[in-house]
Design a binder for this molecule. Structure first.
Ligand SMILES: [Zn+2]
Length: 256
């Protein structure tokens, strides 16, 4: 088994849980680092302290969000390593570092540039923000794509991983059950949105208020509306919901 250790970035919050997970993989004489994290010199120092005398051979990044990517160049420069991420990494590219072979899997949905990393010999999957250790992943309009997200989950499932190392929260040892939980959650959301459109037409904002209730305030309501828009886009693409502009308002209604 590859030794995997974690340094949690000091960026806890509603979307980051206890903070971003920076994963350090023991590759023999060198290490691979996945998701170096936010631009925070204390976090960089914590990563280097954990590495001790070990040099980083490669810095891998799951996606370009501010809580995953920013330290990549600084960390790589210090160790004379390279940064690898989408689109310089393509689907199924194998990164050889020390005694490890890490396979990149393009798994869009949370973002278009999202990559998961697969350690085949350990059946271990580094899922970034596609699957988290707790709660659910954000798939929000316009960068999120629900159809792509569901396809990415299906791909991960086909690998039959044993353990997931997510971008936030703890590792997941019941990997297959967690993937299924995420799939079901997303499909339940979709069914809920479709049911609401069938109840009566509305704009994305109106539908969000109807689905989530007026008690959801400010920032959370904005996030809920962007999640709902991502689902509406898929339902329109699937042909079950129609988007019409009525007196300058974009109204979603059932199709047929
Ligand atoms: Zn993210």
């Amino acid at each position: 088994m590859t030794a995997v250790t974690r340094v949690v970035a000091p960026n806890p919050g509603p979307y980051t849980g206890p903070g971003t997970n920076t994963w350090i993989l023991d590759a023999g004489s060198v290490a691979a680092v996945i998701d170096p994290g936010p631009d925070d010199h204390k976090h960089l120092a914590a990563i280097n302290e954990r590495l001790g005398p070990t040099t980083v051979g490669v810095v891998l990044v799951t996606h370009s969000h501010d809580d995953h990517l920013p330290l990549a160049e600084q960390l790589a420069k210090r160790h004379g390593a390279t940064v690898r991420r989408y689109p310089d990494l393509a689907d199924r590219d194998v990164i050889r570092v020390g005694n490890l072979n890490v396979t990149a899997l393009h798994t869009p949905g949370h973002t278009g540039d999202h990559i998961s990393f697969w350690l085949a010999e350990d059946r271990a999957l580094f899922t970034g923000d596609l699957i988290l250790g707790r709660g659910s992943s954000m798939v929000t309009y316009p960068e999120g794509d629900v159809a792509a997200y569901l396809r990415s989950l299906a791909r991960l499932s086909e690998l039959r991983p044993r353990v997931l190392f997510p971008g936030h929260w703890d590792p997941v040892t019941n990997a297959m059950a967690k993937i299924e939980e995420y799939r079901t959650h997303r499909l339940d959301r979709e069914a809920q949105v479709l049911a609401e459109v069938k109840r009566g037409p509305g704009t994305a904002e109106e539908l969000a208020r109807r689905v989530y209730g007026p008690e959801l305030g400010g920032e959370l309501m904005a996030a809920a509306e962007m999640t709902l828009r991502a689902h509406l886009k898929k339902l329109v693409d699937d042909g079950v919901v129609k988007l019409r502009t009525i007196k300058g308002r974009e109204v979603y209604e059932r199709s047929g």
